[in-house]
Design a protein around this ligand. Structure first.
Ligand SMILES: Nc1ncnc2c1ncn2[C@@H]1O[C@H](COP(=O)(O)OP(=O)(O)O)[C@@H](O)[C@H]1O
Ligand SMILES: [Mg+2]
Length: 235
């Protein structure tokens, strides 16, 4: 059974159609990446999958058609989106942010903390600090942790490397790869196409509202047509 099966999903904002009939899937244990330019429609697809924007077409999650389920119900089923821009609570501490994510349950938080602190030791050091005082990379780690404490069956990450310093970008991809190898299926949207594909199993390309591809990341990395458009000039 696939974890996620998206069929003919379209998203419009008023008269503007941002996404046209997108179909894609994520199999259990896969890390799938969607690459594409700014404004191509990547976040619109992710918001449609998460139920955060109205979308036509169908979204099947772990064998259930969730197309009409509200966002909160999809989260509780294990479909967890870490949105672009992180959306953490800046005036709350790191620990308080995590507690909101466990729906206020202290017991659940205590159970989850060892795993989170093992993956992101810096969050343990900074647990009593207001989230707004963290670096960009640390804020992204916190945003990802807020999804992880919910034990996602699918972790969806919208541009996790955005705005981070180059060394932190590299670290972020290593961490995502670790989360993936520990057994979580991941759907990753990235503008750092080459680095994202280097940790992915398969990939899709989003171009002005149209999604295509689905080939292995090795094939995509070797695809000449993608080189000039998405991989830049660095090796
Ligand atoms: N809330 C919105 N209202 C109107 N237009 C939007 C909204 N969000 C996105 N768009 C437009 O939809 C298109 C796709 O945006 P988006 O899905 O955010 O692309 P990406 O994530 O690939 O950068 C863009 O033209 C963008 O301007
Ligand atoms: Mg986006």
């Amino acid at each position: 059974m696939t974890v996620l099966a998206v069929k003919d999903v379209s998203v419009s904002y008023g008269a503007v159609q941002a996404l046209r009939s997108a179909s894609m899937h994520v199999d259990p244990g896969e890390l799938v990446v969607i690459v594409g330019a700014n404004g191509a429609g990547k976040s619109s697809l992710l918001r449609g999958i998460a139920g955060l924007t109205s979308a036509s077409g169908s979204v099947e999650f772990a064998g259930t058609d969730v197309s009409r389920h509200p966002a909160e119900r999809r989260v509780r089923a294990g479909l967890c989106l870490v949105p672009e821009g992180r959306h953490i609570f800046g005036s709350m501490t790191v620990l308080e942010n995590l507690q909101v994510a466990t729906w206020g349950s202290r017991q659940r938080l205590r159970d989850e903390l060892p795993r989170i602190y093992e993956l992101f030791p810096v969050l343990e050091e900074r647990h009593a600090q207001a989230a707004a005082t963290l670096s960009g990379g640390e804020q992204q780690m916190l945003a990802i942790s807020r999804a992880l404490v919910r034990h996602p069956r699918l972790l969806i990450l919208d541009e996790p490397s955005m705005g981070l310093a180059p060394l932190m970008v590299k670290r972020m991809f290593e961490l995502i790869s670790e989360i993936h190898h520990a057994g979580t299926s991941v759907l990753l949207v990235e503008q750092n196409a080459r680095q994202a594909l280097s940790i992915a199993d398969r990939g899709y390309v989003m171009e002005t509202g149209r999604l295509s591809g689905g080939a292995s990341s090795a094939e995509m990395l070797a695809d000449e047509r993608l080189h000039s458009a998405y991989f830049g000039t660095q090796s």
